[in-house]
Design a protein around this ligand. Structure first.
Ligand code: GLY
Length: 369
């Protein structure tokens, strides 16, 4: 394991890098950066809106510096506007969007408008629940019966809403969705499926689709990371050992299936790696989740999970980060949004979970997931 001085130094480098990025980023709502290291401006209705402000809130929490807070402040208000616009763009990813804007803002500053917006988003997410199949509907359009592994992170918004209001209904929905995902979305060996399809009328499970992964039989690496992190959160919020064991099973698969430098390709089941891209975001998400598993297991097991997390983070730090490219707005190179992505590049959520994990190694105590 690396010394705390090592992780402390990375936090200092992040302080320098993210401070510089604030002026480079301007008002952009970033998602993807290609070779030139310049992020796109995808629009705040896209599922990734929360990650850049989330990075800023964590940096503010870790350093106390006001410039991070000032840059992060506006985002939950901007996001809220999408609830009244004539669009169908908001869907289950309000979890990702509001946790790292409204919820973290309320946790850190106590802002009452941020609290209201967090609850508004939780109500929206809870309303997507289908009691027949006990799942939260992922997207819009006519895909009424689709649930996806990514939602295991979105349900953190419901766990938060129950704690914040004292109303257990949100938590019951989150638990039901986690149980359904555990039953149909996680295989015996710890690999995961991306899209689960149910009959929305009867709730009967029908089949799964490969989605952003290679195929229905494969294990999309970022989806595997979402599962790992989502189930350890479900355990942290419920104390239910079934969720802990599921998180551990997924973690064991993730660790065993990763390549020598601990950063997976975009799917764990390619027959050949020729022409395939890595996904550094999957590694960052998994590392942050592995640190949570390490927190709750007995002393004799901690090394397995904390060691795996640190090996991933060290590899990202030394082989994938843009320290030597001051013009790059992104932190991590070599992400891929899906197996069929036309190019690899930097993904804002890879940067977010990298910062989150490094903050945890430096004693960060707030948790939104
Ligand atoms: N939540 C969508 C993705 O991971 O790409």
């Amino acid at each position: 394991m690396m010394s705390s001085a090592y992780w402390n130094e990375i936090m200092e480098r992040l302080d320098e890098k993210v401070t510089r990025t604030i002026s480079q980023m301007g008002d952009k709502c970033p998602h993807f950066a290609g070779e030139d290291g310049k992020f796109d401006d995808i629009g705040s209705d896209w599922w990734t809106t929360g990650f850049w402000p989330g990075m800023l809130w964590i940096m503010h929490d870790m350093t106390g510096k006001e410039h991070y807070k000032n840059a992060a402040w506006r985002w939950d208000e901007e996001l809220e506007q999408w609830f009244i616009k004539p669009t169908e763009e908001m869907h289950h990813d309000v979890g990702f969007q509001f946790l790292s804007t409204a919820v973290i803002k309320h946790m850190i500053t106590g802002d009452k408008d941020a609290f209201r917006r967090g609850i508004e988003a939780a109500n929206f997410l809870a309303a997507r629940y289908n009691p027949a199949g006990r799942f939260i509907r992922a997207w819009n359009g006519e895909r009424y019966g689709w649930a996806i592994i990514d939602c295991m992170l979105n349900i953190s918004l419901l766990f938060w809403a129950s704690k914040a209001t004292g109303d257990p209904r949100y938590k019951h929905i989150a638990i039901a969705h986690a149980e359904t995902t555990m039953e149909h979305g996680i295989r015996e060996d710890g690999s995961t499926k991306h899209i689960l399809s149910f009959d929305a009328e009867t709730g009967t499970y029908i089949e799964n689709f490969g989605g952003q992964g290679l195929s229905a039989e494969s294990s999309w690496s970022r989806g595997t990371a979402w599962g790992l992190y989502g189930f350890i959160n479900a355990y942290r919020n419920t104390g239910d050992a079934r969720f802990l064991n599921t998180a551990k099973r997924i973690a064991h698969y993730f660790i065993a299936a990763s390549p020598e430098d601990y950063v997976p390709y975009s799917d764990f089941r390619f027959e050949s790696l020729e022409g395939r891209y890595r996904d550094s975001s999957a590694a960052a998400i998994a590392a942050s989740g592995l640190l949570e598993i390490a927190e709750v297991v007995p002393a004799g097991e901690k090394g397995l999970y904390a060691g795996a997390a640190e090996r991933i983070l060290r590899s990202l730090t030394e082989n994938y980060a843009t320290w030597d490219y001051p013009d790059h707005e992104a932190l991590l190179l070599h992400g891929s949004s899906s197996v069929s992505a036309e190019a690899e590049g930097s993904l804002i959520y890879g940067d977010y979970y990298y910062i989150e994990a490094i903050a945890k190694l430096n004693g960060w105590k707030h948790r939104i997931y």
